[in-house]
Design a protein around this ligand. Structure first.
Ligand SMILES: [Fe+2]
Ligand SMILES: [Fe+2]
Length: 195
């Protein structure tokens, strides 16, 4: 298994975030469910926005997989005795999307890189949490971690397949934005928040 996610992130999750997560397992799981739902929505909206790139072959199965994750997290929320509800969104994804170009094809290129970065950060956060989680959650997050690592590769491979150019330089810029956000103090604890 390749580990592109480790290569594309320039910083690790601060320990303070892990401590907050362990004290707020309900918010962690509920926001994680929202992340899975949003990952499916993003994949579907890309298929819709860029029909000429035939994204459905790869992104429709990905969207189905994310919805399956969503259902699995919902189940876990119930089993832990928590209640699923809507939460105010964090600013992580918004901050990244605001850094994307607003002209094509750079916009779509940036979105593919941003999707890869979000998947990569999910992997990294699962990795950071797994040693401290109760066993019921640990097994699930280990399985999920592998799926999200595959999604990170898929978005970068899609970039290469469509544009036939190197993503490294642009990735460096966007991963700076990503890392700056993760290393900021944040009053709102979320799966992808600062600490
Ligand atoms: Fe997922
Ligand atoms: Fe994913």
């Amino acid at each position: 298994m390749s580990n592109k996610w480790e290569e594309i992130l320039i910083s690790s999750t601060p320990k303070a975030w892990v401590n907050k997560a362990l004290k707020s397992l309900d918010i962690l799981l509920i926001d994680h469910a929202h992340c899975e739902k949003k990952a499916a929505t993003t994949a579907i909206s890309l298929i819709h926005k860029y029909p000429h790139h035939n994204l459905a072959d790869l992104l429709s199965p990905l969207a189905r997989e994310e919805l399956l994750h969503f259902e699995q997290v919902l189940d876990l929320i119930k089993k832990q005795g928590f209640k699923y509800r809507n939460l105010k969104s964090g600013k992580y994804a918004q901050t990244l999307y605001e850094s994307a170009s607003n002209k094509e094809p750079e916009k779509f290129q940036d979105i593919l890189i941003i999707c890869a970065l979000i998947e990569a950060r999910s992997c990294e956060r699962f990795h950071a949490l797994i040693p401290y989680l109760p066993s019921s959650l640990r097994n699930f997050y280990t399985k999920l971690y592998r799926a999200e690592a595959r999604h990170c590769d898929l978005y970068l491979d899609l970039f290469t397949k469509i544009f036939k150019i190197d993503w490294t330089e642009r990735l460096k810029e966007l991963s700076q934005v990503e890392s700056a956000f993760i290393n900021m103090k944040d009053d709102l604890f979320r799966f992808h928040s600062g600490y």
